[in-house]
Write a protein that binds this ligand. Structure first.
Ligand code: ARG
Length: 434
């Protein structure tokens, strides 16, 4: 070994001194990117196989490398692996351990490769997997909402505009609205997956590599649709991360709307929903309280999800081609948005599955506030041929009368209504009742 022992063993050939402690701290990403270990090993195995297939390294060298990498995977899985900040990142931690295990042959793994295409590949693989897992959780929450819709097809509640009772709807329609939002969220994630699924491997540092590599082979081995088209773009593109972060933020935003409704519905004033004990918390001072903390946290975590998107968009702004170390700041937000959204989806499912919907209170509430007034106006249009504007006017007068008499619309006398519009018949009561 001719390398200067004081400097970094991976890139320290031209260095006399080791980095200062703070340099090491700001440079090291291992605390975060160790989560890429599985993708890093999978990517390296595909790369080693390709190098051997193309006679760039010998078959027995590739075998040694692959056996060593599998051994490292085992060590990481069992917790025996020691991650070192002095080795900067996951790529160099694994390569250094490979050298300890198999000796100098380990150095051949990095032929025709740079950490730039390596990390871009690992990160795409990780994000692809994260999308697949989130899509399953989204689907499971859609199923929960679907079950609730099925169960509450006939349960009436007030539909709101301006948070004022507007028209009667079913709880099923309300729940299904969220299932529709989640369906679009899932499609957006899948769309993002489709666009990110190309392989940067072989782009090397930025300009490709002179070795006779086979990029289609590694792309196919790793489940990518094809290799990326442009090497400079491949090592520096992170729009897939931005898209992922947007998809997560948008899904979180939808969940926050549902969370907000649960919080409102759980107040004694509304009383539309009762959360189970396992999804609520108490107050240390007010014994009567049962708080919807999980829903509040789902609502609150939207802040992190939006923040993560802004963080990454800002890192990328005005970044010149090709790789810059700024790009190392790309993973923390993506990992955090995945963790956060995963928790939110699971919490929302758990909360909804165990909640009791107070359908009687919902119906009572729908019966107040003259929510059938629009149906009354429509009856006037459809049965008496009134222009809608006139029907609206007549209905307003009837509502005013009900208000004066402190009664519901369907408690008014037919004769009283006929004073306002003489052609109204008994048939009107069909639409006045919820
Ligand atoms: N840890 C680095 C990152 O996450 C790997 C790539 C380093 N490349 C470089 N040219 N220094 O971005």
């Amino acid at each position: 070994m001719t390398q200067n022992q004081k400097s970094n063993q991976m890139w320290g050939g031209r260095f006399e001194d080791r980095p200062s402690d703070i340099m090491e701290q700001i440079n090291a990403s291992i605390g975060i990117d160790k989560r890429l270990w599985r993708q890093d090993i999978t990517g390296s195995i595909a790369h080693a196989e390709m190098l051997a297939k193309q006679d760039i390294i010998a078959q027995d060298e590739a075998k040694k490398i692959i056996d060593g990498l599998n051994k490292i995977a085992e060590e990481i899985e069992t917790g025996a692996f020691e991650f070192k900040a002095s080795l900067e990142d996951i790529h160099m931690n694994i390569e250094a351990r490979l050298r300890e295990l198999i000796g100098d042959t380990a150095g051949k793994l990095h032929t025709a490769r740079s950490r730039n295409d390596q990390v871009a590949t690992d990160f795409r693989l990780w994000t692809r997997n994260a999308i697949d897992e989130l899509c399953i959780l989204i689907e499971e929450l859609q199923d929960t909402l679907g079950d609730l819709s099925e169960k509450h097809k006939k349960d009436v509640m007030p539909g709101f505009t301006h948070l004022q009772a507007a028209q009667p709807v079913t709880l099923a329609l309300h729940m299904d609205a969220y299932a529709c939002m989640l369906n679009r969220d899932k499609l957006r994630f899948k769309d993002c997956r489709g666009r990110l699924n190309t392989s940067p491997l072989g782009s090397a540092a930025l300009a490709g590599t002179p070795y006779p590599i086979d990029r289609d082979y590694t792309a196919q081995k790793l489940g990518f649709d094809r290799p990326t088209h442009n090497t400079m773009d491949a090592v520096s593109a992170r729009d897939f991360a931005n898209e992922f972060l947007f998809c997560a933020a948008q899904t979180g935003l939808h969940l926050s709307r549902l969370a907000e409704e649960i919080i409102i519905w759980a107040t004694p004033q509304f009383g539309f929903i009762q959360l189970s004990d396992s999804w609520s918390t108490g107050s240390s001072i007010m014994p009567q309280k049962k708080n919807p903390d999980a829903a509040e946290l789902v609502r609150g975590k939207t802040g992190r999800l939006n923040g993560n998107l802004v963080q990454m968009m800002t890192v990328m702004k005005a970044l010149p081609l090709a790789y810059n170390k700024d790009l190392q700041e790309d993973k923390e937000s993506v990992f955090d948005s995945y963790d956060t959204l995963r928790l939110c989806l699971l919490a929302m499912k758990g909360m909804l599955e165990t909640a009791t919907f107070k359908t009687d209170a919902m119906r009572k509430s729908a019966e107040m506030g003259y929510t059938t007034a629009t149906a009354l106006a429509d009856w006037l249009v459809m049965n008496l041929g009134l222009p809608f504007r006139d029907a609206h006017h007549v209905t307003g007068a009837i509502v005013k009368m009900a208000e004066r008499k402190s009664c519901k619309l369907d408690e008014l006398d037919l004769t009283a209504m006929q004073e306002i519009e003489p052609r109204i018949t008994n048939d009107i009561f069909k639409v006045l009742k919820i």
